[in-house]
Structure formats: structure tokens, C-alpha cells
Design a protein around this ligand. Structure first.
Ligand SMILES: [Zn+2]
Length: 264
């Protein structure tokens, strides 16, 4: 209950746009609530700081790989905001997701949500698909179909960004993982592993059609191949339309993202 109150209290601060709000301001916000006043103040002081991004690793160029953890429920969900640096169409969704998740009734009690802001910050800074070493991080995972070679690394996980996300996936053990991408001239939801029902649900809530991996070109060493087919964990690959409006993408997919992250 206390944890739920903290989440709600933090959301109020977040929603008010004063993420660095002073403890005094929060105490005022909570004064008059129908709860024990002293306990309320103690809680208010504890929640003075919003959940903070922590760094789980560094890119080739030294940029932080940042993770935010929200909620405390038994269901484990992982959102990856991007892995191809020239596909940032899901960036607003990543930015908006924390507040939307905490505003969803019951979500924080049901789900522990981990958000990786961007698995390829060097690529995002440069506007390139690959990382600074010219490796497509989405071909650098230890899937059964991994192929070493130019653009895929000399061996799986030889890129620091890929290794950091690999370790995060194993630590979280997600019941659902969503990774945001963009596709030139098309938009769809792709899935790997035991994720067909999640993909169908995402499709119904967003209007996006479901496209299984066997309907697109092989992706050796991709995150989807490793998580979905090697680990046999559910993963959805969200393909926004390349070049589309980021805010519109969020509005279109917000309900679907929350539905599959929070579950039934
Ligand atoms: Zn992509």
C-alpha cells in the first residue's frame, strides 16, 4: 500500500511537470488527504525524488545506456526504446511511457516495468542504423542463427551495447519485451517466440497488423531471434512507419503498449 501511495504521489509530481519538486510542495499537496498526517508527510519526503534513470553500461563512444524501473508487481515487462539509431520514431513513446504506466490504475501493483531508453545512443546521435563500430546491434545476439561477419561483429555480444541489453534481459526475465523500430513504407507488429497472442492483442488495440517473422527476411543474431527462439521468451518488435510523426505514433499505440505490458 505504501509503495502504491509512493507511486501515486510521484505521479502527481510528474504529471504536474515539477519533477524536481521540493518536499515542501509535495507535503502541501498531501495535506488534507484522508490518511494519517504524519505518515503522509513521511511518505511525501521519501517520494520527493522521482524514480531515477540508472546507467547499466556505456556505448562505444561512452554514452550512458539508461534504464528506469517502475512498479513492483510480479509481471515483468521490458520496453526497449530503440536499437537502430536511424529509427527513432518510438522516441516519444519511450518518453511518455513512465507517466502513462503510473497513471494506469493497478499497473504498478501488477507489473514491474523496466524501460531501456535507447540501446544504441551513438547511432541515434549520428543518425545511423549501426553503432560507432559499424555493427548492427540487432545482429549481435547469441541466437542459434548468429552469423559473424562485417556489420554483425566478430562474435556475438562483442559490442558493449549488445552485451548490456543482453545482461538486462537475463536479469529482468521479461514476461513481455517490446522493442521499438521503424520500417520504410510499412508499419506492423512483428513477434518472435511465444508472443502470438500478445501480438494479436497489440494489433486489435492499435489497428496495426501482425506480421510473423517468417514473413520477413531472416534476421540472424537479432534480439528477436535470441529472445524469442533461443530463450523462448515472448518479444514484440514494433515497426512504426519510417519518418512518421512521433507524437502521433504514441497516441496510436499507447493503449496497445499498455495493454500488453500490463496484461490481463
Ligand atoms: Zn530496426
Amino acid at each position: 500500500m505504501v509503495r502504491a501511495m509512493r507511486a501515486v504521489a510521484w505521479f502527481l509530481v510528474f504529471a504536474a511537470g515539477c519533477v524536481s519538486g521540493s518536499p515542501g510542495g509535495i507535503q502541501k499537496r498531501w495535506r488534507g488527504q484522508p490518511v494519517d498526517a504524519a505518515a503522509s508527510r513521511a511518505d511525501a519526503i521519501e517520494v520527493a525524488q522521482p524514480p531515477t534513470w540508472r546507467t547499466i553500461g556505456k556505448s562505444v563512444e561512452g554514452r550512458p545506456l539508461r534504464v528506469l524501473r517502475l512498479g513492483h508487481g510480479p509481471r515483468k515487462a521490458l520496453w526497449v526504446g530503440g536499437i537502430h539509431g536511424d529509427e527513432r520514431e518510438g522516441a516519444i513513446a519511450t518518453a511518455e511511457l513512465p507517466a502513462a504506466f503510473l497513471a494506469t490504475p493497478g499497473a504498478a501493483d501488477k507489473v514491474t516495468l523496466t524501460i531501456l531508453e535507447d540501446a544504441n545512443p551513438d547511432g541515434s546521435a549520428a543518425g545511423t542504423r549501426a553503432n560507432k563500430n559499424g555493427v548492427d546491434l540487432n545482429r549481435n545476439y547469441p541466437a542459434k542463427n548468429y552469423l559473424p561477419g562485417q556489420g554483425r561483429g566478430d562474435k556475438a555480444l562483442d559490442q558493449p551495447e549488445a552485451k548490456a541489453l543482453h545482461d538486462l534481459v537475463l536479469a529482468v526475465k521479461p514476461d513481455v519485451l517490446i522493442v521499438a523500430h521503424a520500417w520504410r513504407g510499412d508499419t506492423f507488429i512483428n513477434f518472435d517466440g511465444p508472443a502470438e497472442q500478445l501480438a494479436e492483442r497489440f494489433g486489435r488495440a492499435s489497428g496495426m497488423r501482425v506480421k510473423p517473422s517468417d514473413k520477413i527476411a531472416p534476421t540472424p543474431g537479432s534480439l528477436g531471434s535470441w529472445v524469442g527462439h533461443t530463450l523462448r521468451w515472448p518479444i514484440l518488435t514494433l515497426e512504426y512507419l519510417r519518418g512518421s510523426d512521433r507524437q502521433e505514433n504514441w497516441q496510436k499505440t499507447k493503449a496497445a503498449i499498455l495493454a500488453v505490458l500490463v496484461g490481463d
